[in-house]
Design a protein around this ligand. Structure first.
Ligand SMILES: *Cc1c(COP(=O)(O)O)cnc(C)c1O
Length: 316
């Protein structure tokens, strides 16, 4: 049995990146350096699901995501490392390339793959689970039921624990953070952070930069993952650039600058969009006294998809 600690290599380091022109000190929590399958928040989240599956007696992991899904890639790798069979369900996106690096890496683990239309996710999940049961497996669908709800408690554990990890870093370093920023998608990461903050009585603002969802849907999801509480949810939707996977030159500039200055890869779908959004937010609302933590949530293979896209654009 491979142990949690050996795989995750937590706590992840926190790095000082410097001061923004507005006066804010920026720190980065390097969750892109979590210990397997190119790191990222899905390592923590995937591990939480795996532990939940083991507790519930499941023996077959079923994951779901887009063709570029970091969750599918990480889940497939994690299951492979423990000899647990895994099926990844991949949504078909119109116009989107399906041969992403994430998908290729996932396929190379030997995970089973099923494709489904985005309008038929619930039916496909139900069907896949039924077929696995018929074959004698005890399948575990990581989002819960076929409609994708019911497993919030398990997902919450990942970044609830990471929040406490951040708290220990604050204590050790003497830095008192005022804000935590990160890319927010399904709400699993932000919900966990909010739950941890509630538990610890934390005071910093947790600001999720939406990579796709509108305010209502996004907030509702974060609230669901955060569990009972009356705190405000900060889910910022002004920096979406039109939707999932879409980006503009300001995001490309941030990606180039981060690679040039610090040698750290951001991608246009999640971390680059969120980092650019954070900079704009601080410019607009910051006072200059902020001590800010940006959580690098990983997604490294998407950086290479981005480079491949650039190469195709240039016709080389
Ligand atoms: C999934 C993902 C996110 C968003 O996390 P959620 O928990 O879905 O909100 C952010 N960054 C990267 C790189 C991701 O893969």
């Amino acid at each position: 049995m491979i142990m949690r600690k050996e795989l995750l290599l937590e706590p992840t380091p926190v790095q000082y990146l410097g001061r923004l022109p507005g006066g804010q000190d920026i720190f980065m929590k390097r969750d892109d350096l979590l210990g397997f399958s190119f790191g990222g928040n899905k390592c923590r989240i995937g591990m939480a699901f795996l532990e939940d599956m083991e507790q519930k007696g499941g023996d077959f992991m079923v994951s779901y995501g887009s063709p570029g899904s970091n969750l599918n890639r990480t889940m497939a790798g994690l299951c492979k490392s423990r000899d647990i069979p895994c099926l990844i369900l991949v949504s078909e996106e119109e116009g989107a390339s399906s041969k992403t690096f994430n998908r290729q890496i996932a396929e190379r683990t030997g995970a089973q793959l099923a494709v489904c239309k985005k309008s038929h996710v619930a039916e496909t999940v139900a069907q896949v689970l039924e077929e696995l049961k018929k074959k004698g497996h005890r399948p575990y669908y990581l989002y819960g039921n076929q409609y994708g709800t019911g497993n919030e408690l398990a997902a919450r554990q990942a970044y609830r624990k990471a929040y406490h990890e951040i708290g220990r870093w604050e204590k050790d370093s003497g830095v008192k953070l005022t804000h935590i920023f990160h890319a927010s998608g399904t709400g699993m990461t932000q919900g966990g952070l909010v739950a941890g903050k509630r538990e610890a009585g934390g005071e910093e603002e947790i600001i999720g930069i939406s990579v796709a969802r509108d305010k209502d849907r996004g907030m509702e999801a974060v609230r669901r993952y955060a569990g009972e509480g009356n705190e405000a949810i900060r889910f910022e939707t002004d920096y979406r650039c039109g939707g999932y996977g879409l980006y503009d030159s300001s995001i490309e500039d941030v990606i180039e600058e981060m690679m040039g200055r610090h040698g750290i890869a951001l991608d246009p779908v999640y971390t680059g969009k969120a980092y650019a959004g954070m900079q704009k937010w601080l410019k607009q609302y910051g006072t200059g006294d902020e001590r800010v933590l940006f959580i690098h949530t990983g997604g490294l293979p998407l950086y290479f998809d981005y480079l491949s896209g650039k190469q195709a654009e240039n016709g080389s």
